[in-house]
Design a protein around this ligand. Sequence first.
Ligand SMILES: *Cc1c(COP(=O)(O)O)cnc(C)c1O
Length: 400
Amino acid sequence: MRLPAGACYNARVRPESVYLDFAATTPVDRRVLDRMAPYFEDTFGNPSSIHGWGQQAEAALEEARATVASVLGCAPEEVLFTSGGSESDNLALRGTAFAERERRGAAHILTSPVEHDAVLRTAEQLERVHGFVLELLPVDGHGRVSAEDLAQRIRPDTAVVSVIYANNEIGTINPIAELAAVCRARGVPFHTDAVQAGSQLPLHVDKLGVDLMSLGAHKFYGPKGVGALYVRRGTRLLPAQTGGSHERGLRAGTPNVPLIMGLAAALEIVDEEREAHNGRFARHRDQILTEVVRTVPLARTTGHPTERLPNHASFVLHQVDGNQLLAALDLAGYAVSSGSACKTGDPEPSQVLLALGLSPAWALGSLRVTVGRTTSEAGVDGFLTALPPIVDRLRRAERS
Ligand SMILES: *Cc1c(COP(=O)(O)O)cnc(C)c1O
């Protein structure tokens, strides 16, 4: 099978299809769904209303906030609810950048080239439209930012520093506590995008030392369209969405109570069960990392060898078109991805992979395999058997 670049590929889920793309999204846990259900129909009030329905909804909202706060180790009023990871990232960057410029004229933004687009594109817009100066921190060949590099580049007029906790494309975990300590010493707010980390890594905000942290529920078996932003007390933030005084005036809009209940329930479950799942995830991950490199010629792993998400294996395959590989694997019954959930068929190498120093001939053949709660040994074995002949076929088709 040969797909022209940019072709629309009509994929179908079949009963035997194996999902190995948990970094893109996760199914909603049945227990989470059950916790959400009453808030669509019975406890449907607007938390801002004075009457009983309103107060019921308000009580639910505050219960969810307390649950999230207890997982993060913070006060409930330090938790804001948003429409997802992207909005949390947007609010963290825009909110701090505008507030710090207003307060002390700070107009320098430091972030990394391996951020999710929700951070990077926001920082770019702050530069292009709003006159901030954007500087990207260097990363090493595994996509890690170092505290030394941050200490050298942070300035008195730095408004905010943002570094991703665990990368969605290559799984690399950043030394967040060290980076946060550098910012704390200079009085600069530090944000981390923990959306990908949420399902597997510790989220205690005081141990991490962060001032702002983004989460998105659909990456940890909660519903899509809901997220949270942790904002440390004393951190100044201008609202990006203005209107009513919801969320302490920092995020206008009637809160989506059922989805927020789902986020809180999912986070509570993930926090309780994290250790139980991570061991199994890591065994699958290590098998995938080892076997792909062993059985596929000219395949390399990307990301850090040890400081990486337990469920995350990622590769580049030389002279293979990543999108064609994903389509061929999907036809064979395996849903994987190339790193970011982008399916435009646009043959542009990912910025994250280029930042690692990979040439386009390698970076275009990216493959990400992420496991989750429903992954079975048979599914992983099947994938590992299916992959080598598919890569071989695509490479031969490319040459002929
Ligand atoms: C998925 C993801 C986002 C975006 O979150 P949404 O809830 O889908 O908006 C942001 N950052 C990272 C690292 C992600 O993996």
